[in-house]
Design a protein around this ligand. Structure first.
Ligand code: DGY
Length: 418
């Protein structure tokens, strides 16, 4: 274990750019939103000050409307597409104009609970609380305009699960007319068979062009997007972040922030019921653009456990994970291997990811299913032992996929082993 910890620290440190950490060299040369927050959890085990700085840097690039962008382009780089010249969001330090899973509130609370340096932790939390809360406000204001209790994503990249089978039908309805020609960089740094397809990229970029043509007015983009999907996993992360933020706010006497965030969490958790699918025994996405459930058994509907769910639901999800375990060698596949569209090596269409394992295990632990949590942790460590610190893994053979020496994978190992 000591040797694994040392190797994990080495990877996180080698990707450290001073006040932010890149996910991996080449493929992802900037700061990514949820990568950073999960990375901070790992950093805290060897450098608390550095961990706080990681989240503070991210939040320093929040937009005035409250959105926290999915990438901050701190430095120029020609190894990534689409860069700042494609997004053109007009920010002082360039950023993208879409967001990512709202892990920050959870990460802040966890760092705060464990902090040895209490004075530093309190100072950091006082700065972060109002900002992260404003991000939550932004979510429920702009991404849930009809006050359903659940927010929609307007681009597959927002989910973090870029090319999940969940988005296939909704993405197929995104047009490509007027698409400006472009050259991908990702397939120069990673095996193209492990990455999204060209047809998917065309639609990713069309959406970016479309939002750009609307001046990145985030109050308008939800209604103007042909792609509007409610992802249970994405909502679960936001719900948990609201709850955790409310806990910390209560502790620090910030009553108003506490009440607001607690209300978001309670409404969100109640609304998750509408995404439950009894036949499968898991949650499913909802395509808001056509008002239909998405019949796609992905890990998003299992990650929902992270929200903090009633015991009966958690028991069903545990059964579901058992089913998946019987179909693969390593938990948790990002898609059910029994489904026809499953692809063991292609990014979010099958492979296992340590960050998702971590969040799912945490949800089971919260529900006092320690055994399931430990089983998932053990599979995460078996993947590392077999194949090193990869971006993601074939859940059947453990083949390492995507980028190598990957920051958040290493950060999760530090979380599991500490
Ligand atoms: C990428 O470029 O693959 C990223 O996942 C987008 O955020």
């Amino acid at each position: 274990a000591d040797q694994l910890i040392a190797r994990a620290i080495e990877i996180v440190t080698e990707n450290d750019r001073g006040s932010y950490t890149v996910p991996t060299k080449g493929l992802y040369p900037y700061q990514w939103n949820w990568d950073s927050c999960l990375t901070a959890l790992g950093q805290a085990h060897f450098d608390e000050a550095r961990a706080w700085a990681e989240i503070e840097t991210l939040m320093a690039h929040q937009w005035p409307c409250g959105m926290v962008p999915h990438i901050i382009f701190h430095e120029e780089s020609d190894s990534y597409f689409p860069g700042p010249d494609v997004w053109r969001t007009g920010r002082p330090v360039p950023t993208t104009g879409i967001t990512q899973p709202a892990v920050a509130g959870f990460a802040m609370a966890r760092l705060f609970a464990r902090a040895k340096d209490r004075a530093l932790a309190t100072r950091s939390v006082r700065k972060l609380l109002p900002r992260i809360s404003a991000w939550h406000d932004w979510f429920y204001r702009t991404r849930d305009p009809e006050a359903t209790g659940l927010v929609a994503i307007i681009h597959p990249w927002e989910s973090g699960r870029d090319n999940s089978i969940d988005w296939d039908a909704a993405l197929a309805r995104v047009p490509t007319d007027g698409l400006e020609p472009f050259t991908r960089q990702d397939i120069l740094h990673a095996n193209p068979d492990h990455r999204p397809t060209q047809a998917q990229y065309d639609r990713y970029i069309w959406l970016v062009q479309h939002f750009r043509s609307l001046g990145w007015d985030t109050e308008r983009l939800h209604d103007a997007s042909p792609f509007r999907v409610v992802d249970p996993g994405f909502n679960a992360i936001l719900i948990r972040a609201c709850d955790e933020l409310a806990n910390v706010a209560e502790e620090l006497g910030e009553a108003e922030l506490a009440v607001r965030n607690r209300t978001y969490a309670q409404r969100g958790r109640a609304a998750l019921n509408s995404l439950w699918n009894a036949d499968l025994g898991q949650y499913l996405c909802f395509d808001r653009a056509i008002s239909e459930q998405v019949n796609s058994p992905s890990v998003g509907g299992i990650l929902t456990v992270f929200a903090g769910l009633p015991k009966t639901r958690v028991a069903h999800l545990a059964t579901r994970v058992e089913e998946l375990a019987s179909r693969c060698g390593y938990l948790v596949p990002s898609h059910d291997p029994a489904a026809a569209a499953f692809e063991a090596l292609r990014y979010w269409r099958g492979p296992a990811w340590l960050v998702v394992n971590y969040l799912i295990a945490d949800g089971f632990r919260l529900a006092e299913h320690a055994e399931m949590a430990e089983r998932i942790d053990a599979d995460s460590l078996r993947l590392i032992a077999e194949s090193g610190f990869a971006e993601y893994y074939d859940p059947i053979t453990a083949e390492p996929c995507g980028g190598g020496r990957f920051t958040w994978t290493a950060a999760m190992v530090l979380e599991i082993l500490n």
